[in-house]
Design a protein around this ligand. Structure first.
Ligand code: FES
Length: 143
């Protein structure tokens, strides 16, 4: 190999080593700023039997559970609320923070009110709100 060819190969290799991490971080930035994921399914209509053990968290104020992509919670005041579980930022499941009466995304820290309204980002849109209707021990969740 001639000296010129050797230096050309060496330069290409060094460039790859130096710029590869920057290229990787650029692709992460593009993902992080992509459009929000559509929030909430349509045509939702299901009923939770509150006598079933799987639904027991909803018997306690502050309890919650996720069913069919919807997080259903009983607020500290005893009101049932239901919103889309997938955060509108990048789709992580939100959790119910009963002490602060809000839904919190543990992924990047977005917060949403109990009606799904956006309290703070990085999410830019609200969670879809669903209706709840308690009849005896049956809790209906519907669009
Ligand atoms: S996924 Fe990023 S704040 Fe929820």
């Amino acid at each position: 190999m001639k000296r010129y060819e050797f230096l050309t190969v060496l330069g290409a290799s060094a460039g790859t080593v130096i710029f590869a991490p920057f290229l990787a971080s650029c692709s992460k930035d593009i993902t992080a700023t992509s459009d929000p994921i559509p929030s909430g399914a349509s045509g939702v209509d299901f009923t939770l039997d509150l006598t079933q053990a799987a639904n027991a968290p909803l018997l306690t104020n502050g309890g919650s559970l996720v069913k069919s992509g919807i997080i259903v919670a009983k607020t500290s005041g005893g009101v049932y609320v239901a919103v889309a579980a997938a955060c509108t930022h990048e789709g992580a499941n939100v959790v119910f923070d009963s002490a602060n009466s809000k839904f919190h995304c543990p992924n990047h820290g977005s917060n949403f009110g109990t009606n799904g309204s956006l309290l703070n980002g990085p999410a830019t849109t609200a969670l879809k709100l669903y209706n709840t209707q308690l009849t005896g021990t049956s809790l209906r969740v519907f669009a």
